[in-house]
Ligand binder design. Sequence first.
Ligand SMILES: [Zn+2]
Length: 332
Amino acid sequence: MWQIVGQEAAVGLLERSLKGGKLSHAYLFVGPKHVGKLTLALNLAQALNCEGDEKPCSTCPQCLRIAGGKHADVRVIGRDGKAEIGIDQIREMGHSANLRPFEGRHRVFIIDGAEHLSHEAANSLLKTLEEPPPQVQLVLLAVNERLLLPTVLSRCQKLTLRPLPIPVIEHYLIGRWSVAPQRAKILARLSSGCPGWAAAALTDEHLLSERAVRLGALIHLASVGWEERFAYAAQLANQFHRDRESVGEVLSLWIGWWHDLLLIKGGCGDFITNLEQEAILYHEAEVYSLRGIKEFIEGLQQAMEQLDQNANPRLVLEVLMLNMPFRTFRNL
Ligand SMILES: [Zn+2]
């Protein structure tokens, strides 16, 4: 059984390709963090090596060893806390790709965070992508495909994993994790449609507290002067150089917050994401004009796009600070 939540289109395509013996030798799974890319890649590795009738069965020794991260032929290659996936890691992968499977039928290499391949590593990967040894399956996972080399992109079959509807996440939390309905409702809204985030938030208090800190900074920034705002922009720009993903998360969180304000302004407060901050949101919504909120959401989206396109982060974030409405002024 496929363990991934939702993503029926991607699962259906992989199932048909498996049954027809027409799997592409390399896939690229694209989607937001925690949407299920790694789960789907591991499910595919299970399906390729499964000894059961319904592949992946989740219960045969092959499936269990893969799920436990103990299978000798299934490797997940990631940044391991570093800024990039280095050439040594990809060279080593190329070497082991030429060996026969050790305990299963297929060797599966999953490159988690493929957009973080160094330039040399990506070029080295091209060799394996161009002439993949038999019995080797490559799966690249990426949040932002635009950061991949076009030559890498063109050699992979792309499957896009999209965020799931909130009720699906709610149902998943209640059904699989026995979460109380009210908590499931709150977490599902906060998950932005990513079941992995919701499941992680059940056990990792840090996720929720970090979110609260980021939102606190946002609320605070709206009532301070330029100096403090620019200092924050500089801090965020420095963070971007170390970990661009986390800055993307901050901006997504902000979009969610301002979108909530927009919903409340429009009389659709029942659909807000940040349910736990409902009282603050209603209070804040009084302070801004509808136009001010809309314009700032557009500014946030623009900033995210510009950062994606490698614009100067300090400049982009300073412009964003200039565009953020002040909460102390009653706008029109
Ligand atoms: Zn199995």
